[in-house]
Design a protein around this ligand. Structure first.
Ligand code: PLP
Length: 427
């Protein structure tokens, strides 16, 4: 299938090209040129399959013209080699736990699938991956690409604004993984990445590629677990899905799942105090404020970079942003209270999942079933969760082993020329 640039619809590329390029002209996002649609019978058949087989068929609907079914199956099997359980939290409220991969966050799904696709494409030429992270993307990308031949990874993150443990998880690997702490916030990191992608000369010099949530491969990978949630719930009631949102890639994937025919009745975009989207849905005005630091720091984004895809999808499908989507913000104070309340019910949560639970709980009507996405393992936000619950929580083995390793990050001001010099020196 071809993918077009939302800003310049005449720019159309194959899936492989879209993955390599990341962005189109003028930083335009790629979008599928046609949206596959499964019939209700086909959806039932898909729901009956095991995760990997189902994922192979879903992804095949988008990329089946460029990869054989056996290749897709191999990509899927290598990328999604961990479970995504649905856990009951209380009557009619469930969580889809997406944090059982190697870096304990849902970004492992997109990151690992993308690295498998690029492993095939890097046989031709060297690739440099440049990505900005507010925490979890960086870890997922760094781990997914660690030691993949002919691929160099550079990750930018806002200095002092991600948890110590998060930083340890991806800034200690070395080898083909370079990390840079930027003196600025996440939006500043994201702006630097965008500038680099606009720099044609640099792009060609180092085979620049993006692996953050703007890459189409990550988005497609994430569609697959919405089907898993629906299959596990196995209910006749209307299903609401609440997504803790920052850059809105996760929500875009959920909406694409719905476009394919998955009968989710409504999506909820839960945000923290960075509430550009809920204010936009209420007022019709796009007015980003300055990014605020919150407890759910992977969602500290005031200019969500996937939003144009959501607008495009609603336009193509004729859906209504105000009727088919609900969005509300949650303060840090309420997030903390929610973590305490969930803990009393016997479910150990963390700030991102708690934000999603809160909006779902407040919005759910009798007769509906809700599922919120658990995007990170509570131990990834150990300090915050322990402060709130006033007790210690255990560190899983996957994290414990990085705790005492030295940080290998460079440190730069948020200045494009400095970044460019760094990248060219790596060549
Ligand atoms: C990245 C992230 C989010 C936000 O996902 P988007 O796709 O950027 O909206 C939510 N929770 C966690 C733990 C994350 O790492």
């Amino acid at each position: 299938m071809q993918f077009y640039n939302i800003k310049h619809p005449d720019e159309r590329v194959s899936f492989k090209q879209a993955v390599l390029q990341g962005l189109g002209r003028e930083q335009g996002l790629f979008f599928p040129s046609s949206l596959p649609e499964f019939t209700p019978e086909q959806i039932q058949e898909l729901l009956a399959l095991p995760f990997q087989e189902r994922a192979t068929k879903i992804l095949g609907a988008f990329i089946g013209d460029e990869f054989s079914e056996a290749e897709i199956k191999e990509l899927v099997t290598k990328a999604f080699n961990f479970p995504a359980p649905v856990v009951k939290v209380e009557d009619d409220i469930y969580t889809l736990e997406l944090f059982h991969g190697p870096t304990l966050a849902f970004k492992d799904f997109g990151g690992r699938f993308m690295s498998q696709v690029l492993r095939l494409l890097a046989k031709e030429r060297k690739i440099t991956i440049l990505t900005a992270t507010s925490g979890d993307t960086g870890a997922a990308v760094a781990h997914a690409f660690y030691q993949i031949p002919n691929i160099e990874v550079v990750v930018l993150y806002p200095k002092g604004r991600i948890s110590e443990l998060q930083e340890k998880l991806f800034c200690t690997l070395g080898g083909n993984i370079k990390t840079i702490a930027i003196n600025g916030d996440f939006d500043a990191c994201q702006a630097l990445v965008k500038q680099a992608f606009d720099d044609q000369e640099l792009r060609e010099a180092i085979g620049l590629n993006s692996a953050n949530s703007i890459n189409i491969s990550r988005l497609l990978a994430q569609i697959t677990y919405y089907f898993e949630a629906y299959a596990r719930l196995n209910t006749d009631k209307p299903v609401l899905v609440s997504v803790p949102s920052g850059n809105f890639g996760n929500l875009t994937a959920g909406l694409l799942a719905k476009a394919l025919g998955l009968p989710i009745s409504k999506f909820i975009a839960a945000t923290n105090a960075n509430d550009t989207v809920p204010r936009y849905l209420a007022s019709g005005k796009w007015e980003p404020n300055k990014t605020q630091a919150t407890l759910s720091n992977a969602m500290d984004v005031s200019r969500p970079n996937n939003w144009p895809r959501i607008e495009e999808l609603f336009r193509v499908k004729g859906w209504s942003l105000t009727q088919d989507l609900f969005s509300a913000p949650v303060s840090d104070e309420t997030t903390a209270q929610t973590i305490v309340a969930l803990d009393k019910e016997g479910y150990l949560s963390e700030p991102h999942g708690a934000v999603a639970y809160r909006v779902l709980k407040d919005h759910l009507q009798p007769g509906q079933v809700g599922v919120f996405l658990g995007t990170a393992h509570p131990a990834k936000f150990k300090g915050e969760v322990e402060n709130i619950l006033k007790r210690e929580i255990a560190l899983p083995e996957q994290l414990a082993k990085y705790k005492d390793l030295p940080l290998l990050s460079a440190n730069l001001d948020a200045d494009y020329e400095l970044l460019k010099a760094f990248l060219l020196a790596e060549k």
